[in-house]
Design a protein around this ligand. Structure first.
Ligand code: IYR
Length: 220
């Protein structure tokens, strides 16, 4: 395909406003936490669809948008996902995860029980597509992990920004999701993201973020 260009403009924002809005945005995002205790309060469908539309604006290799977002609000399917996830997680926490990993997770207080998979009003299961299948023909995708990671980042940020909470849950192994959700062979489960309001009495572990000086290297 020949390149085709269209004009692109943004409103000019001066330094003062950049400073105040970047500070404000940092404070907002620094208040995001992974939440494991959800309220069962429903979220309007259009809100969930808008969140997925936001995620799907992420950049991707050759703009192939190599993702599918399965939105599960059906109670029976959520229960089935919980059942299957807990089966795998039980095995993981009781023998599959090495001691060092269990030790690293200890302070988060996680275990094999995953009530949030039923409590959260919506689960978004993100599938990555290493290739597209167009009329049975394989078409390659590029930088799929990077692309899908970016889309999930956009999604988590949007969920927080509108006032809801989420969790990046990775039941392991997660191939049961392909079966439960009847996904085609070119879709691989990547991340399971419960979305909703936090439970009234939700607690989160007391974690610290690294200081700027620990994560930045400035070449002046
Ligand atoms: N997938 C498990 C274990 C787990 C692993 C990591 I790395 C975490 O940061 C948290 C949990 C679970 O979801 O419990």
């Amino acid at each position: 395909m020949e390149p085709k260009f269209i004009p692109y403009k943004r409103d000019y924002i001066g330094s003062d406003e950049l400073l105040s809005s970047s500070k404000e945005h940092y404070l907002l995002m620094n208040a995001r936490r992974s939440v494991r205790e959800f309220s069962t309060k429903e979220i309007p469908l259009e809100v969930l669809e808008n969140l997925i539309k936001i995620a799907s604006t992420a950049p991707s290799g050759a703009n192939k948008q190599p993702w599918t977002f399965c939105l599960v609000t059906n109670k029976e399917i959520k229960s089935l996902i919980r059942q299957e996830a807990e089966k795998e997680e039980y095995e993981s926490y009781n023998g599959r995860m090495p001691a060092e990993w269990l030790e690293d997770l200890k302070y988060l207080g996680t275990d094999w029980r995953k009530a949030f998979l039923e409590d959260a009003p919506a689960l978004i299961i993100v599938f990555r597509k290493p290739y597209d299948l167009i009329n049975g023909v394989k078409k390659n995708n590029y930088y799929v992990s990077e692309s899908i990671g970016l889309a999930c980042g956009f999604l988590l940020q949007a969920i927080h920004q509108i006032g809801l909470v989420s969790l990046t849950h990775t039941p392991s192994p997660m191939n049961f999701l392909t079966k439960v959700l009847e996904r085609p062979e070119n879709e691989k489960p990547f991340l399971l993201i419960p979305v909703g309001y936090p439970a009234d009495d939700a607690l989160v572990p007391d974690i610290k973020r690294k200081e700027l000086k620990e994560v930045i290297v400035h070449y002046k």
